[in-house]
Design a protein around this ligand. Sequence first.
Ligand SMILES: NC(=O)c1ccc[n+]([C@@H]2O[C@H](COP(=O)([O-])OP(=O)(O)OC[C@H]3O[C@@H](n4cnc5c(N)ncnc54)[C@H](OP(=O)(O)O)[C@@H]3O)[C@@H](O)[C@H]2O)c1
Length: 332
Amino acid sequence: MWFWIALAIFIVFIIVLYLLSPLISPKPIDLQNAHVMITGGSSGIGKALACQAVRTGARVTLVARDQVKLDQAQSEVALLAPGEEKIVQTVSVDLSADYDSVKKKFEESQVTFGPVDVLINCAGTASPGRFDEVPLSDFKKMIDINYMSTVHATRAILPGMKERGLGRIVFVSSQAGQTGLFGFSAYSASKYALRGLAESLQMEVKPYNVHLTLAFPPDTNTPGFAEEQKSKPEETRLISETSGLFSADNVANIILADTVRGRFFSSMGLDGIMLSSLTCGFSPVVSIMEATQQVLTMGIFRIISLIYLDHFDRIIRDCKMKRELKEGTKKD
Ligand SMILES: NC(=O)c1ccc[n+]([C@@H]2O[C@H](COP(=O)([O-])OP(=O)(O)OC[C@H]3O[C@@H](n4cnc5c(N)ncnc54)[C@H](OP(=O)(O)O)[C@@H]3O)[C@@H](O)[C@H]2O)c1
């Protein structure tokens, strides 16, 4: 009897929270005719995001370095446009290099398509390897491409958004930006940096109705992922496989939906939800339901994470033993 009363009270409580949630959530942004700028838009997750944005009627600017890849992506994405009007353009620039050229090129792109309403920072790359084997220059390269590119692009676009009192900015981090993983010391650090930037910036720009989304994709089937597989230590591959391999379309779909709703965290799959709850810390919250879920699940998720950590330790131990055995055989 008491169990059923408690259950009924709990269900009513959840329904009330669900109804109250929109009170603290940003108003969803309308992508129809919006200008969506996507860095890294010529490949992988960025290109999939461009396809989804164009389908919703947005005008899209693809940003990357290689003009040939950009042209190819532009033709593919433009095919999905609902009408005849030109709604895809490209900007070729190295985002990690020089802020002034990024600013100039972004200004030109806004003359044709109007001010950017949504900026998705997706350009990035990974350089996996054991800490003492990764070239030292790669630690700087990760910061330059994964972090400074985002700083440059956001710096160039944000003043316009603040002035107009409207905007969405997405940082594409990684699950390796929520938990450090074997073989990702250079990459993880650069993706963690995005989190500090996102939390600070969200506090600054919330009064201007600009909302940030920090996305944490798991392994995603893209050209970048295929490239990274070539140099991944076995331990890294086995550990990251536990989250499964997602399609770029699936990941893009979730990131874009969360961006429209102005959610701060965008995560995918059960492991993604668990990681985001566990690592939510002092992060901003835009949904009472999400906050409740974090409070209620954090303890149990911590227990589950200990099981995962033990599993990862075993993988690392087994790989080390296998390697030493192999090396021993070689010596004999
Ligand atoms: N795929 C995954 O498993 C996975 C998982 C978690 C997070 N992520 C993150 O998701 C994002 C996209 O990954 P992806 O796998 O889709 O990568 P991808 O297929 O390799 O595409 C990367 C894109 O970024 C552009 N880019 C790289 N460096 C640039 C620079 N300095 N300036 C301008 N553009 C640059 C590339 O074009 P150019 O080379 O022509 O410049 C390309 O368009 C990355 O930030 C990555 O860290 C990916």
